[in-house]
Design a protein around this ligand. Sequence first.
Ligand code: HEM
Length: 261
Amino acid sequence: MSDFKQTFNSSLGKKLIMALTGLFLCTFLIVHLGGNLLLFSKDGGFGFNVYANFLTHFPPVEVVAYLLYLSIIVHAVYALVLTIGNRKARPVKYASSNNSPASVSSKNMGLLGSILLVFIVIHMSDFWYKYKYTDTVAFKEYRTNLSSGITTVSDFTPTSKDFEHSVSTQGDEEVVRVKDIHTKVAASFGQLWYVIIYVIAMGALSFHLLHGFQSAFRTVGWIHRKYTPVIEFVGTWLFAVIIPLGFALMPLVYYFQSLSK
Ligand code: HEM
């Protein structure tokens, strides 16, 4: 077996792959949260729908998206392989009385990761799959008056089954026709059970990242007197607090808005 193959088949090699795929997934979360913040702009879903259209139709982004799906699968499979390997090597658990949040996280990474995997399957089958592979998502037309900047929105029914999106200029108006995933998101977030699933999953995301982000840096050997406290700060405040809270606020805000309609 070559040195390369041997390294990646060893327990340390598998941990290294988990660390690298995990850090890649962390970067995705920042971008995804940033884009999804468009849900909070009161523009009839214009910004959010154009952003979702860009993600699914811009080839370089599509390539990164396939890397992302591969990373999710590799991260989950290697977690399972390592857990089974560890159980075989040490069937009796270590005795520990430390109940700090970081310790609770590190002891339950498998459970937290499994909750996240179930969440990702539900999430992708409801939004991503329906958006890309079914015709259950309707279209909207946004007309922006180029002199006043005012945008009006209406339903749009394409004449061809193959229609995906279009941008054109008619007189002094820019006309954008895109799939309306915003209405689908708003409908999902108008259901209490759906909101509860998202909030529980974001709790799991918080605890998973509280340990995972810092642990990934230790695995790749990035331990430094000066920089490790910075990594711990970013892992705690950005990845375990701001990002899960930001994602959880989306279903919560949409749910409470739907009650007042
Ligand atoms: C709670 C707020 C969230 C909203 C509103 C949301 C919305 C969406 C939508 C509309 C899509 C399909 C269209 C697109 O690719 O943009 C999508 C895709 C996806 N989401 Fe989310 N999402 C949320 C949270 C999350 C979280 C917390 C995760 C991971 C833990 C996640 C993982 C994914 C993945 C892996 C995809 C497929 C990515 C792609 O193909 O580009 N999402 N999301």
